[in-house]
Ligand binder design. Structure first.
Ligand code: ATP
Ligand code: MG
Length: 300
């Protein structure tokens, strides 16, 4: 299939989940169990589509790396057990590790807290030609920190810098920084893996019951679940204020992991395919140099 066809197909597939204007966004318009026209019997078809998607991504990434102009920032936000790790693992499985870095952002260290909140993320932005994946991100600053105001109190901000507009200001600043990145050739795509409270319960139970999943269980995750409604409000507000045409959010249904992966793959493909990635071409002088090198090599 031609790249243009693949791009159109991927764009079509990802479109229902893409939010480019936050103003009217409501989380309840998005169903975590959505699988479009796939049903559970279609899993093999979905797996085949993902395999094709992964191959296409590898081809596109090769050009991205060779062209060395665009950086690509892909960030994931979600409640616990929504499947961030497995989406990253599967969708990126064909990617050349030389051109891709994954960064996970956990609770900030003492050194992080001694800086502005963007600092730790800005240090590891993807360079040109690379894909940078943020597993959680600076958006935690409008989520966990908003749900737990005591975290904000620990950020060592001068008291006069914390007022009731603090979240509005964070959204403004994040929008500005993303616009800045976009203007500098860093493409920004944001994924919210939208899992239901019911499915999260099932996944936690599995983590408790299956020995090979025990290591994933954390009692702290259970405590966060008690704040579910606060988190949903915070997510909704965050997306309303930070979904823009240049840095859209994708609200990815996350109750079926096989479908989550398809949507993420389609969205990353549409993104890369929209960049008109080309292998660098060489000029006449370089062609002459190559021909001379070949002649010299063949004589030896
Ligand atoms: P897993 O899927 O393995 O549970 P995870 O991303 O949840 O992965 P954890 O180590 O369980 O990783 O949790 C990271 C925790 O760090 C999350 O609860 C998150 O809310 C928290 N965190 C991330 N960024 C910040 C921040 N800026 N301030 C406070 N807490 C943060
Ligand atoms: Mg966790």
């Amino acid at each position: 299939m031609k790249l243009k066809e693949i791009r159109d197909k991927a764009r079509q597939f990802a479109k229902p989940f893409r939010v480019t204007e936050g103003g009217k966004f409501r989380l309840r318009d998005f169903d975590p169990g959505d699988t479009l026209d796939f049903d559970s019997g279609d899993k093999p078809r979905a797996e085949e589509a993902l395999r094709e998607g992964v191959e296409t991504l590898a081809r596109l990434q090769d050009r991205l790396y060779a062209q060395d102009r665009w950086g690509v920032l892909i960030l994931f936000q979600a409640m616990d057990a929504a499947g961030k790790d497995s989406a990253i693992k599967h969708v990126m499985s064909g990617i050349n590790p030389q051109g891709c870095e994954v960064h996970s952002f956990k609770a900030p260290s003492a050194e992080d807290l001694d800086h502005d909140y963007l600092w730790r993320c800005m240090k590891v932005l993807p360079r040109r030609g690379h894909i940078g994946i943020f597993n959680r991100s600076y958006y935690e600053e409008t989520l966990v920190v908003r749900v737990h105001p005591e975290l904000l109190a620990r950020q060592k901000l001068p008291p006069c810098r914390i007022d009731r507009d603090v979240w509005k200001h964070r959204f403004q600043d994040i929008r500005s920084v993303e616009r800045y990145l976009v203007r500098n050739g860093v493409v920004v795509r944001k994924f919210f893996l939208h899992v239901s409270k019911k499915e999260q319960k099932q996944r936690f139970l599995e983590r408790i019951e299956k020995p090979e999943k025990n290591w994933k269980f954390s009692a702290a995750d259970l405590a966060e679940r008690d704040h579910w409604d606060d988190y949903m409000r915070a997510y909704e507000d965050m997306i309303r204020h930070t979904a823009t045409p240049e840095a859209p959010w994708y609200i990815v249904p996350a109750d079926h992991k096989w479908f989550t992966r398809l949507v993420v793959a389609a969205a990353v493909i549409e993104t890369l395919a929209s960049l008109k990635l080309e292998y660098p071409t060489i000029d006449a002088a370089k062609r002459k140099e190559l021909a001379a090198a070949k002649r010299a090599l063949l004589k030896k």
